[in-house]
Write a protein that binds this ligand. Structure first.
Ligand SMILES: C[S@@+](CC[C@H](N)C(=O)[O-])C[C@H]1O[C@@H](n2cnc3c(N)ncnc32)[C@H](O)[C@@H]1O
Length: 207
């Protein structure tokens, strides 16, 4: 049995996607207790609330990108949404999400690679906790834009620090310049409340 700190070390120091997925395999069972209970992880609820503030359509088809164990789906479900798909690269995290019975489809895919999803598939895409160190690169933003319908919304959290250490801001500006999307807002919010870590909650509307 691997200790908690070793699991967290594995997540934060993973150098390859294989190592990261191995870390999530060890963590899946304790993930919610450690993050929500231990760190005061509020990003899923905040992301769901922010998206709801813009979308406000309980019939909308939403993709939860990097769904993990399904915390965003739970928060959206509490807001009245029921038309949701889930995507995650970790089969173990995805299996936890599937058990909640919140999502229609459960896609095992890598957000850093081209997705096997048709253009303009979703009314909205939401992602919490997945745009962070060592997880998903900026190319994922272009893919999320591609699969979202014109007029649809994308809301993602980006952990403070990771926002500037990756080329997320450059890719966001590129998509704005190309008129792929319009930036609606970038909001500073809590992320790991008990750890004093914040995030940017970024919302875009597809043109
Ligand atoms: C910190 S968890 C967040 C999960 C969930 N959204 C939440 O807020 O609880 C990050 C998730 O991103 C997934 N992930 C990491 N890299 C990924 C990638 N390249 N493509 C898809 N999912 C990825 C992990 O498997 C993990 O479930």
């Amino acid at each position: 049995m691997i200790s908690k700190n070793k699991i967290l070390d594995k997540v934060y120091t993973a150098r390859t996607h294989a190592e990261l997925m191995d870390a999530y395999k060890d963590w899946a069972g304790d993930y919610e207790e450690d993050t929500v209970g231990g760190f005061g992880y509020v990003a899923p609820k905040i992301a769901a609330d922010v998206l709801h503030g813009h979308l406000d359509d309980p019939t909308a088809l939403i993709l939860d990108a990097g769904c993990g164990t399904g915390l965003v789906g739970e928060a959206l479900s509490a807001q009245g949404y029921s038309n949701m798909d889930a995507l995650d690269y970790s089969p173990d995290m995805l299996a936890r999400a599937e058990r909640k019975g919140l999502y229609h489809t459960h896609l095992n895919a890598d957000l850093s690679r081209p997705l096997d999803i048709a253009d303009d598939s979703y009314d909205a895409v939401v992602s919490a906790g997945t745009f962070t160190y060592g997880h998903v690169d900026a190319s994922a933003l272009g893919e999320l834009a591609r699969i979202t319908k014109p007029g649809g919304f994308i809301t993602i959290t980006i952990r403070d620090g990771a926002f500037d250490d990756h080329d997320y801001p450059e890719k966001m500006r590129e998509l704005e310049t190309k008129r792929t999307w319009k930036q609606i807002e970038i909001r500073d919010e809590d992320y790991l409340q008990k750890e004093g870590v914040g995030c940017k909650v970024c919302t875009f509307q597809i043109i």
